[in-house]
Design a protein around this ligand. Structure first.
Ligand code: ADP
Length: 233
């Protein structure tokens, strides 16, 4: 059944690599079909698959688990948000993977917060939810993760395998293994995340829009996330 939001929702999902941001986004999109989602990681993977100049540049960083430099990623996300969300005046949207650090958060707000109608002019988001998942579970998950690059849909061989092995459920197209989803590279990505997330959380906490949901599986986390949205939007 299609559910509706009663107030504009501008949601940031924060969480370690493998915490299930993509999975929660898919579930939210099914529940609220009017929601629009944008993932910085998906944009990069699409650019890499299309072998664009930006994709080639970004892949140097992504493949070894490093973050793409702020100036590249911020420009890209601001551009996508402007063209796909703000100009067409999309009211309800989710961002996943950006901002990843405090500098990106501030640049995003400086560039776009004032362009959103009815906003308090300080922050582009009006809800930030951190998905808090134990880190030993995360490593296990990522090593078993497969992705449908054009849509960003994620599958896990243990928890939510595709209906046909190796194929996306909706399009039937092949799934890929991300080159940065190895145990070694994941450890590096987790370390970076832990370092960067603290100031980011403080920033949104100070704006009064941060919530945290904890759980070991996406099925435990989703109802908690939904509850927060239903109560406030
Ligand atoms: P995950 O959350 O599983 O690490 P993503 O799909 O969000 O993966 O991102 C994959 C990679 O893309 C990151 O490891 C990083 O190299 C790059 N990337 C994505 N978003 C950002 C960002 N906001 N800042 C810098 N690099 C980014």
């Amino acid at each position: 059944m299609a559910h509706r939001l009663t107030k504009p929702l501008r949601l940031l999902l924060l969480g370690a690599p493998g915490s299930g941001k993509g999975t929660q986004t898919s579930k939210l999109l099914k529940f609220y079909p009017e929601l629009y989602s944008l993932s910085s990681g998906d944009i990069f993977r699409q650019q890499i698959a299309a072998k664009t100049k930006l994709g080639l540049e970004a892949s140097k960083y992504i493949e070894n688990g490093s973050l793409v430099p702020d100036n590249i990623v911020t420009g890209l996300v601001v551009d996508h948000l402007t063209k796909e969300v703000i100009l067409p005046d999309i009211k309800h949207w989710i961002l996943d993977g950006f901002p990843r650090n405090i500098e990106q958060a501030k640049s995003l707000d400086t560039s776009l917060a004032h362009t959103i109608a009815g906003n308090n002019n300080k922050c582009v988001f009006n809800l930030v939810v951190e998905l808090d998942v134990p880190q030993q579970i995360i490593i296990d998950r990522i090593v078993n993760r497969w992705v449908h690059i054009p849509s960003g849909r994620v599958y896990n061989l243990q928890y939510n395998p595709p209906k046909v092995p190796g194929k996306d459920d909706i399009t039937g197209e092949p799934l890929s293994k991300r080159p940065d989803d190895t145990e070694e590279i994941v450890s590096k990505r987790l370390k970076d995340f832990n370092l960067l997330v603290k100031p980011l959380k403080e920033y949104y906490q100070n704006l009064g829009i941060l919530k945290v949901v904890s759980g070991e599986t996406s099925d435990i986390i989703f109802p908690k996330l939904l509850d927060i949205i239903k109560k406030n939007f």
